[in-house]
Design a binder for this molecule. Sequence first.
Ligand SMILES: C[S@@+](CC[C@H](N)C(=O)[O-])C[C@H]1O[C@@H](n2cnc3c(N)ncnc32)[C@H](O)[C@@H]1O
Length: 254
Amino acid sequence: MERDRFIKPLRTIGAAATSLPAREFSPAEKERWRSVILGIYQKMRAKRRPYEIQCGDVCLTVLPNVYAPKFFTDSEWFAHQLPAIVGTGSLLEIGTGTGIIAIFCARNGAHVVATDINPDAVKNARINAARHHLNISVREGNLYEPIEPDEKFGFIFWAHPFNNWETPVQDMLLRSGMDYHYEGLKGYIAGAKKHLDHNGKLLLGTGDSADLKTIASLAKENGYSLKLLRETATSLEEEGNNMIKYLLYEFAPH
Ligand SMILES: C[S@@+](CC[C@H](N)C(=O)[O-])C[C@H]1O[C@@H](n2cnc3c(N)ncnc32)[C@H](O)[C@@H]1O
């Protein structure tokens, strides 16, 4: 299967929600999709010891309780897209997990600061950065909390939890996939301007199973349009029949 499909010229998506590549799930399909996602999380949770995964030519350690690129295919795709976009600029990656995306960018020459709310992910990303001799500052905290007020970046990126969840999520592993009323995403978009360089770019890694209508509204409320930079249609897991489209957006100021 062709995994990477690039779109040129880029499409800009404003308020017209009908042009979004969101999936129209029927209630039954939504229920089924959610049970597939929760099933994958169960497999991830079953890992009780650190383990190794191979992502392209990069070998990574994964600690238990950390979002693992082994189970969903999104991390590796985003990790392959971001270096060409960020180049040797500066990147703030929110929610770094194992550090896979930060590592792909740093080894391409970017200056990277990475954060995560999950203490196990912070520990994990530090292990992987050290393992690959990369100078990545990995910090623990909610969104921009661990960033100094005067720290600014050329790019800010988050492969965010796709699911706009109706109930509060305390569990750290599940918080990588479920965001209560998109509170995290709202803070991510609203807080970015303070930490972007003059021409800095706010990016988002998402999917067609996410609540793209709400994402487009949040973009608009904050003075942005969504510009689709890259997309691919692929399998949700390494093996299996569940398909997903991954989308890489830039929030383009009006
Ligand atoms: C979908 S996972 C992506 C992890 C990693 N970037 C990757 O692609 O494998 C989302 C990550 O965001 C983190 N996260 C969730 N809410 C957060 C928040 N409010 N602030 C910082 N990180 C958060 C999760 O712990 C998780 O590591």
